[in-house]
Design a protein around this ligand. Structure first.
Ligand code: NAD
Ligand code: MG
Length: 396
């Protein structure tokens, strides 16, 4: 690893799931620039890109590299060359990476593909730096229950939840009046409903403040991402829908706020740079220096806040409704959304169809009498699977 200074404390062993993605690369940057000896990398895992995975494995000195696509095994072996890194491929290799001995597992696989490996890390009682919000949206109750039963600790990487976690400072949720997640409002914040409905993928992908993977960027443009994050927050912090709210904050400096019963409010601020939140989790409870630009509030000048417009951003309303109704609806919403966002990025449907088709999937589940709560991860994944199939069929 490229490092700046040395470190005297115990070395923390880290595994990075989704190491080649946007969060994965930010994690790589934090690890590579942390003081020498503070972290050592046990395993890295990625989806398909064997060359990118081999590069990060070599850069971080990982012991084990796992690629999900079984046909990428040869390419991974070749790209690792003579480096002393064990290679493996296939979905079970990703789970193996998640279970290997480590002090902390960064869960940054995109989408529902991250649920099983992240769950495996939780079942092994690891500290999990959770970026993959789909774990909690798809399988919130069983995931939290299994994590607690196996002594796993979840540290939120998602910026809003990370800010709230820091603002909470371990205080009892009973003292909270409200938690606020901020949303930048995305590229369509000031657009008319008609313009949003007709937006092309390159417009949805032009996020003003954050650089992220394609799926979450489209989710952010329609505020579905904020809806998924409300569901994530509800399970993560054990707070019901009535005490969760969204504030549109175009500067993306304040990420989350907690209002307490005495009228105090504590907010978490930083520049929009995931390295800050990742470093907070990796070092917790200590702080790790990063290359993120320090926040200069005088240079920013003003921070503004507004209420979200649920008319122009119906996806947020759908997610809020799914959170209130509970049961399988968050699972259905998340699965249908992944399929329709994929179709949108492939230019098969319009932006307006995203919320319309997700709503249809939720209504379909209710109509079929399938809106009951999944009792286990397996049940949640079964609901996820059938919803994907039905949503794909509805697109054909
Ligand atoms: P990304 O698409 O950039 O990266 C996804 C990673 O997952 C890649 O390494 C990819 O190879 C890997 N992957 C995909 N399928 C896999 C599979 N079946 N098995 C193993 N690995 C697989 O996504 P991202 O933007 O880094 O987001 C990752 C997660 O973090 C998402 O759940 C997202 O919602 C969440 N998140 C991201 C950000 C951000 O700033 N990017 C912020 C908050 C939360
Ligand atoms: Mg977020």
């Amino acid at each position: 690893m490229v490092t700046s200074s040395t470190y005297d404390g115990p070395t923390r062993r880290v595994t990075v799931l989704g190491a080649t993605g946007s969060i994965g690369r930010s994690t790589e940057d934090v690890l590579a620039h942390a003081p020498s000896g503070q972290f050592a990398v046990e395993a890295v895992a990625g989806g398909r890109d064997a060359a990118a995975l081999a590069r990060v494995a070599i850069h971080l000195g990982a012991r084990f590299a796992a690629v999900a696509d079984p046909s990428a095994y040869r390419a991974l072996k070749d790209a690792l060359g003579s480096a002393p890194i064990e290679a493996a491929a296939g979905p079970e290799a990703i789970v193996e990476a998640a279970k290997r001995p480590a002090d902390i597992v960064v869960a940054a696989i995109a989408g529902a593909a991250g649920v099983e490996p992240t769950h495996a890390a939780a079942m092994a009682g690891r500290v999990v730096a959770l970026a993959n919000k789909e774990c909690l949206v798809c399988a919130g109750e069983p995931f939290m229950r299994d994590a607690a039963a196996h002594g796993a600790r979840l540290l939120p990487v998602d910026s809003e939840h990370n800010a709230i976690f820091q603002a909470l400072g371990g205080r009892d949720v009973a003292s909270i009046a409200k938690m606020y997640l901020t949303a930048s409002g995305g590229p369509f914040r000031t657009w008319t409903r008609e313009a949003i409905n007709a937006a092309m993928p390159e417009q949805a992908l032009a996020h003003p403040n954050w650089s992220m993977g394609a799926k979450i960027t489209v989710d952010s443009a329609g505020l579905m991402n904020k809806g998924l994050e409300l569901i994530e927050a509800s399970y993560l912090f054990g707070v019901e829908a009535d005490r969760l709210d969204v504030l549109v904050h175009p500067q993306s400096i304040v990420h989350g706020l907690v209002s307490f019963c005495d009228g105090s409010m504590i907010a978490g601020l930083s520049n929009p740079d995931m390295r800050t939140h990742i470093a907070h989790c990796l070092g917790f409870p200590d702080r790790v220096a990063t290359r993120a630009t320090p926040l200069d509030l005088a240079a920013i000048g003003s921070l503004t806040f507004e209420r979200p417009d649920l008319q122009r951003f119906p996806a947020l309303k759908l997610a809020m409704d799914a959170l209130r109704q509970g049961g399988s609806l968050p699972t259905v919403l998340n699965a249908a959304n992944e399929i329709v966002v994929e179709a949108y990025l492939a230019r098969r449907i319009a932006f307006a169809d995203i919320a319309r088709l997700v709503q249809a999937a939720c209504e379909d589940a209710i109509r079929r009498g399938e809106a009951g709560a999944p009792a286990s991860i397996a049940e949640a994944l079964a609901v996820d699977h059938i919803t994907r199939e039905r949503t794909r069929a509805s697109l054909a």
